[in-house]
Ligand binder design. Structure first.
Ligand code: COA
Length: 166
């Protein structure tokens, strides 16, 4: 599902640098599950930044990954719950995320969790970036199709049809 050219550019030095930036990024929060010192899964969250969402209205899960050997053990659910609890604690009203349209495994997981999709297919540029010595470098690799999933974070909003399009 990820463009071949992009996978080939995922060199360790670039990835390590991206991680350094992300770990120290004040506006993001990273949840990591370790199993005997080895990373079994992680989730990263922050404020949703989309033109159709009011700033401060929604938190977004940017990444959620569980090691293939540890999948279907409840780790994904634990990470997503922690991520959404953090957003709730920060006063966000909705939790949102985007997933590749063809990522059926992840879509089933989000649906089992109780998230709903607005069914709009959006195109996003796909690429890699890193910043070395204060400079930002990026590689662009076309675009991918994603769908958004969302869930209300405050009890009063449950059962209400969201109007995220305005
Ligand atoms: C999607 C992902 C994070 C789910 O994590 P996980 O730890 O495997 O999921 P859990 O064990 O917590 O699953 C919770 C429930 O979700 C549903 N679910 C999870 N994976 C599923 C699958 N492949 N097919 C159908 N339902 C699934 C099930 O209802 C499951 O409960 P059950 O195991 O009791 O039946 C994991 O598969 C993953 O890392 N995938 C690759 C990366 C990815 O696609 N990330 C999302 C990018 S947006």
């Amino acid at each position: 599902m990820v463009p071949e050219g992009l996978l080939r550019r995922m060199e360790p030095a670039w990835l390590a640098d991206r991680w350094r930036v992300r770990i120290h990024c004040a506006s993001r929060c990273l949840w990591v599950i370790e199993d005997q010192g080895v990373v079994a899964g992680y989730a990263s969250i922050g404020d949703a930044d989309h033109p159709d969402l009011e700033p401060g209205f929604a938190g977004e899960v940017f990444e959620l990954y569980v090691h293939p050997e540890q999948q279907r053990c409840g780790l994904g659910r634990a990470l997503l719950s922690s991520a959404l609890d953090t957003m709730r604690g920060l006063g966000r009203l909705w939790g949102v995320l985007e997933v590749l349209q063809d990522n059926h495994q992840a879509r089933r997981f989000y649906e089992a969790f109780g998230m709903q999709t607005d069914k709009i297919v959006r195109r996003r540029p796909s690429g890699l970036w890193c910043s070395i010595g204060g400079r930002r470098y990026s590689h662009s690799h076309g675009s991918v199709r994603v769908v958004r999933y969302e869930i209300p974070l405050q009890p009063a909003l449950r059962g209400r049809i969201p109007d995220l399009g305005g």
